[in-house]
Design a protein around this ligand. Sequence first.
Ligand code: GDP
Length: 301
Amino acid sequence: MITILSGGTGTPKLLQGIKEIIDPTELTIIVNTLENDYFSGVYVSADIDTVLYTMSNQINDELWHGIKGDTFITNEQLEKIGAPELLRIGDKDRATKIQKTELMKKYSLSESVDIQAKKMGISSKIIPMSNEDSEIKIVTDIGELEFHDFLIKHQCQPEVLDVKFSNVSPSEGIIETINNSKAVIIGPSNPITSILPILSLEGVRDALKKTYVIAVSPIIGEDSVSGPASKFMKALNIEVSPFGVASLYEDFLDNIVIDEKDIDKIKDLKQIVNKVTITNTIMDNFKAKKNLAEIILKEVL
Ligand code: GDP
C-alpha cells in the first residue's frame, strides 16, 4: 500500500501520473479538509472533490476544480436573481455537492466520500483528513479574512501576516493507513494550508517517523509554481525554497524531490534530509506527470 497526502492542485497533477502506473487498489489518498465549508447551501470540500474528479478522469485540469466541460446555468441564474456565488460552481459539480450534502445528513464525511468514490468507479481509497469542521483565517494587512475571501474575493493580493487554523481530530483509519503503508508520498501541495493541517492531526507525525516518506517540493527556486504558498510561508517565517519545505517535514522526511533548477540546493538539503532526488518537477503535460510519478515510485517500491 502506498499513501499520498494531498491538497487540491499540485498533488492531483501527480495523481494523474501515479494512477497510470500503480494498481489503484494499492493507493490511499489522505486529503486536506481545512477549507471545507457551506457555500450556496451546499457542502464544499474542494480538495476532496478535485481528488474524486481526478481519480475518475472528470477533472477540469485547467482550473483544478470542477468537472471538465461543465455548464454554469444555475450559477448564472443565481447571479441574475441577485444571489451571486463566491465560488463559481458548475452544474454537474453542484450535483456532486448536493449529493454529498444530503449523504452527510446520515453519514460522516468519510462515509459520504466512500459512497461517492464507489459510484464514480474509483478503486483507490480516499480518506478526508478529518470528519470535524475546521476553521482557517488568513491574517492580512486589511484584516482577518476567511480563506475563500482571501483566495477569490481578494485574489490573494493582501499582504499576509499570519495563517491560523483550528486543530481537528484525524478521521478513522488515518494512523493505521500510514502504519500499514510501504511509503508515504507528500505531493507538491501547499505546505501551509494543505499539508500542515494533515501533519497537525494527533499521531500523524509519529506514524510518519516510522514510515518511509518522500516529499515533492511545490517550491521551485524562490517561488511556488502556483497559488499563495510562498506568501503563507513568508508570513510564518519559513524560507521560501525547497529547503524551507523540507524543514517543515524534517523530523520524519527520508527523501525530497526537487526540481533540476535547484541543483545548487543539494548541499544544504543534505544536512536535514537523507536523500535528495533531482528531476523535472513541473507537471505541465501528461508525460511530465508520468515521468515524475515513475521517479517517485522507483524510490519507494
Ligand atoms: P490548493 O489546495 O489549490 O492550494 O492546492 P495544493 O495545495 O494541492 O497545491 C498548491 C501547490 O501546488 C502550490 O504550492 C504549487 O506551487 C504546487 N504546484 C502546482 N503545480 C505544480 C507542479 O507542476 N510542480 C510542482 N513541483 N508544484 C506544483
